[in-house]
Write a protein that binds this ligand. Structure first.
Ligand SMILES: *Cc1c(COP(=O)(O)O)cnc(C)c1O
Length: 383
């Protein structure tokens, strides 16, 4: 059994010591002035992170709660929506929409590919009843970045809303909500925000809030208007996940110290290093338009990626995830979003080189992937 463990999954992600320590203190009462002051700080920080003047609402739920909220707050029963389905999370948009009786037009995209904004434009033109386009900024099941900026530009010329699930994207890449014209932007705590699972976040544009005035789908816990009215008073409608909010305040302070351009540059560098490493050892990348938050790799030599993932965990202490559905047994995913630095990638790549060899596949000498990763890191530093 390995002595040390390394978590490189697209949620949950490692929690920095600084944040864990902040959360270890006594729990303040959520109606006490001290919590209200902290929540005011968090609300301001979230607006900064989102690049928006709108309220960014905090919910006690996993990320999917914000996805559900993004549906139930903005539509009438029977409304038509378009969803980009190129993976598990895109598929989830369709499931939520159907659960609430919406007419779902799925724009199917082959796994590993990004949606073409022209396809979105054509769907809206052909079916003017479509009232929103729901998409992932980062489709975590395939490692693909959908072109949300371009999609927002398309919906911006119509009455349709652009609804973006950025659960594994926000905090890894720029997603300035107001500047890009994103109408609903949501994320969760356990990815790039370096917190344990349990918080979800959502913000809506003027256009979306206007729609909300008449939106009649049933909702209760995820009623964004009630929540907004409370959160503007630095209160929450229900008991918040207090310790996570305390941790979030610490995360936002730290992100401000690091500065967002630096945070995005680090994610970019880790992604480039991971891709270079995998290509150097002869592996094929799965995502045609890869995100910076994770690297998806086709398991070489017909090795069952689930077995590879098991070896990585049990023998080397490195937790990665394999593929789901169509990609099950075929791909593995190296996540590097949130609390990750250069040498974490070196560890993961080294373990992958060893584990592949354990499964009988060794195309290049040990260290080939690690060397390629180090080259990328050194080059990035020299710039
Ligand atoms: C993790 C994730 C979610 C939310 O999943 P939960 O398990 O509900 O937190 C939603 N979308 C994407 C793209 C994700 O990666």
């Amino acid at each position: 059994m390995p002595l040390k463990h390394y978590l490189l999954t697209p949620g949950p992600t490692p929690v920095p010591e600084r944040v864990a320590l902040a959360m270890a203190g006594p729990i303040p009462h959520h109606r006490a002035p001290a919590f209200e002051a902290l929540f005011a700080e968090v609300r301001e920080g979230l607006k900064w992170l989102y690049g928006t003047k709108q309220d960014v609402l905090t919910f006690a739920s996993s990320g999917s709660g914000a996805m559900e909220g993004a549906i139930v707050n903005f539509f009438e029963p029977g409304d038509a929506i378009a969803t980009v389905n190129g993976g598990k999370f895109g598929e989830r948009w369709g499931k939520i929409g159907k659960a609430y009786g919406l007419e779902v037009h799925e724009l199917n995209v082959a796994w590993g590919h990004a949606v073409d904004p022209a396809l979105v434009e054509a769907a809206l033109r052909e079916n003017p009843r479509i009232r929103a386009v729901c998409v992932q900024a980062s489709e975590s099941s395939t490692g693909v970045a959908h072109p949300v900026r371009e999609i927002a530009a398309v919906t911006g010329k119509t009455d349709a809303l652009c609804i973006v699930d950025a659960v594994s994207a926000l905090g890894t890449m720029p997603l300035p909500m107001d500047e890009w014209g994103i109408d609903v932007l949501l994320t969760g705590s356990q990815k790039a925000l370096m917190l344990p699972p349990g918080l979800a976040f959502g913000a809506a544009s003027e256009k979306a809030w206007k729609r909300n005035e008449t939106a009649a789908l049933p909702r209760f816990y995820f009623d964004w208007r009630r929540e907004r009215d409370m959160q503007r008073k630095n209160q929450t409608a229900w008991t918040p996940a207090i310790s996570l909010v305390v941790g979030l305040a610490e995360v936002l302070r730290w992100l401000k110290e690091m500065t967002l351009p630096e945070v995005y540059a680090r994610h970019e560098r880790l992604a480039k290093a991971s891709r270079a490493a995998m290509e150097a050892i002869g592996c094929e990348l799965f995502a045609k338009r890869p995100v910076v938050s994770l690297t998806t790799v086709v398991s070489p030599g017909g090795i069952d990626s689930d077995k590879l993932v098991k070896t990585l965990k049990t023998k080397y202490g490195v937790t990665l995830v394999g593929g789901q559905d169509a990609a099950k047994g075929k791909i593995f995913r190296i996540a590097h979003l949130g609390y990750f630095d250069d040498l974490d990638i070196v560890v993961a790549v080294a373990a992958i080189e060893r584990a592949l060899a354990d499964h009988g596949w060794k195309a290049k000498p040990f260290g080939t992937g690690v060397g390629a990763a180090l080259e990328v890191m050194a080059t990035a530093e020299a710039k």
